[in-house]
Design a protein around this ligand. Structure first.
Ligand SMILES: O=C[C@H](O)COP(=O)(O)O
Length: 254
């Protein structure tokens, strides 16, 4: 992680009603020490963004959406455009493996969503990662290279974050080892250098995601290529998430 400010993003996925979201963000806000040098992001369901924007104003907590559509406006029932999000949140998760798996998102749709998000001033958190079969057949690197190259095709702005989430580690309690994550994230960094140049690539935060918790965050963040984490399950428990934030803050000050 070096001397960078760590980025810790909580992806609440399809959890929390509006009142549960209010309760959770309130607890996170109350437990956050303003002295922690951490970029803290929470990504609640769409229905809670407006209320959480009010509640997090003036706090260190930034908001992110979990998805976005690439069209600007029109007859797209159920979809949310980047223009609708840009007044509500700073970040947006794009291409999460659950979107790719259950909603048929492809590298091409991810690319369109990234372009549309950047155009509207949102900072996308682009997700990549291999599944178990690809991992076991030693194809992780080629899958990730394809996702990065195709997903970022034609994109010149480096105002984005990348989350490396091996699918086999998501929600399983079996995080990748810190060394494995660092190795793949080094590959991602090199690909980004080829696309954006060395300096810009070094400034793109690379997050690890997949069974991150209060027990493994310090080891993961101690790796040179790991700049932060995209946290699922553990971000739904205020005490766990606060412990992750605290450890990240301590590392960045040490
Ligand atoms: O977006 C978050 C990831 O999918 C990780 O989820 P998890 O921490 O529950 O494994």
């Amino acid at each position: 992680m070096g001397n960078k400010t760590p980025v810790i993003a909580g992806n609440w996925k399809m959890h929390t009603t509006l009142s549960e979201a209010v309760d959770l963000v309130t607890k996170i806000g109350q437990g956050t020490d303003k002295g922690w040098r951490v970029e803290t992001i929470v990504c609640p369901p769409f229905i809670s963004l407006a209320k959480l924007k009010e509640l997090t104003a003036g706090t260190p907590i930034e908001l992110g959406a979990q998805d976005v559509f690439y069209e600007e406006i029109g007859a797209y029932t159920g979809e949310i455009s980047p223009g609708m999000l840009s007044g509500l949140c700073r970040y947006v998760i794009v291409g999460h493996s659950e979107r790719r798996m259950y909603f048929c998102e492809t590298d091409e749709t991810v690319n369109r969503k990234l372009k549309a998000s950047i155009k509207h001033g949102l900072r996308p958190i682009m997700c990549v990662g291999e599944n178990l079969t690809e991992n076991e057949s030693s194809n992780a690197e080629s899958v990730i290279s394809r996702q990065i190259k195709e997903g970022l095709k034609g994109i010149e702005s480096a105002e984005l974050l990348i989350a490396y989430e091996p699918i086999w580690a998501i929600g399983t309690g079996k995080a990748a080892t810190a060394a494995y994550a660092n190795n793949i994230m080094g590959l991602i960094r090199n690909l980004l250098k080829g696309l954006f140049g060395s300096e810009a690539a070094l400034n793109i935060p690379l997050l690890y995601g997949g069974s991150v918790n209060a027990s493994n965050i310090t080891e993961l963040l101690s790796q040179p290529e790991v700049d932060g984490a995209l946290v699922g399950g553990a971000s739904l428990k205020a005490d766990q998430f606060l412990s992750i934030l605290k450890q990240a803050g301590e590392l960045s000050c040490s």
